[in-house]
Ligand binder design. Structure first.
Ligand code: HEC
Length: 100
């Protein structure tokens, strides 16, 4: 019984731990997709090469910074302040991977 309690405590504290390898697709699906799948508010659509070309030209780090700081109709960190820089970087890499 005690083992279960300890396991439950460990699980409960897990969200507070720094994310290990962030999964860009997961972050995209849970936070970014609602705007970037359909292009709400002129968000560049995921996988749309023409829409992404001028953004790609800004470079990965500038894009990561845009997401962290927010840009236009996109709130800082895609509207999810809990996201770590690493998770944002992973999601940007995922989006860039779709338009390679
Ligand atoms: C509320 C809708 C919304 C959400 C949620 C959102 N975005 Fe955006 N995103 C936008 C819009 C709108 C733009 C276009 C901003 C502009 O250029 O004015 C944009 C632009 C971008 C750009 C290009 C930035 C640049 O400098 O040109 C990147 C990269 C990006 N989003 C990634 C993400 C990632 C990664 C997430 C999830 C963590 C995310 N977005 C969540 C709406 C959203």
């Amino acid at each position: 019984m005690r083992v279960f309690t300890i396991a439950a405590l460990l699980l409960a504290s897990a969200p507070g731990l720094p994310a290990l390898a962030a999964d860009g697709e997961d972050v995209y699906s849970s936070v970014c997709r609602k705007c970037h799948r359909t292009g709400i508010d002129d968000a560049p659509k995921a996988g749309d090469k023409a829409a992404w070309a001028p953004r790609v030209a800004l470079g990965r780090e500038a894009l990561v910074k845009s997401v962290i700081d927010g840009k236009g109709a996109m709130d800082p960190r895609g509207g999810k302040p809990e996201l770590t820089d690493e998770e944002i970087r992973a999601a940007v890499d995922y989006l860039l991977g779709l338009v390679k």
